[in-house]
Design a protein around this ligand. Structure first.
Ligand code: TYC
Length: 102
């Protein structure tokens, strides 16, 4: 369906004009070597959690093998993964961080 405007331009009406962005969860994986305190610091620094929440997420990862740190649009999630991985390598820890579509 088309609408004729006063200046003779035509705007097409589309059924799905914009799609909501797909979302990705950023997940930390457990390992045997990364210090618990380093993981808590990472969760606070990159995922905006307070110390208590960061501690709970870290312990969940430690117990269950994985834990969600946050849910973001694709570019933001990818940047978080890159920053966390770079920081962990810089510090000499094997911490793994991945993103998964929700
Ligand atoms: N399992 C690690 C230890 O006992 C702690 C740890 C928690 C490592 C969470 C990684 O994503 C992680 N030191």
């Amino acid at each position: 369906m088309a609408n004729k405007h006063e200046n003779n331009t035509v705007a097409e009406r589309q059924t799905q004009q914009v799609k909501p962005p797909s979302l990705f969860q950023v997940v930390l994986l457990n390992d045997d070597y990364t210090p618990m305190e380093f993981v808590v610091m990472i969760i606070q620094a990159y995922f905006g959690k307070d110390r208590e929440t960061a501690l709970q997420i870290m312990l969940k990862v430690h117990r269950d093998g994985r834990g969600i740190c946050g849910i973001y649009t694709k570019d933001i999630a990818a940047t978080k993964v890159d920053l966390v991985m770079a920081h962990a390598r810089q510090a000499g820890h094997p911490l793994q961080c991945v993103m998964e579509e929700v």
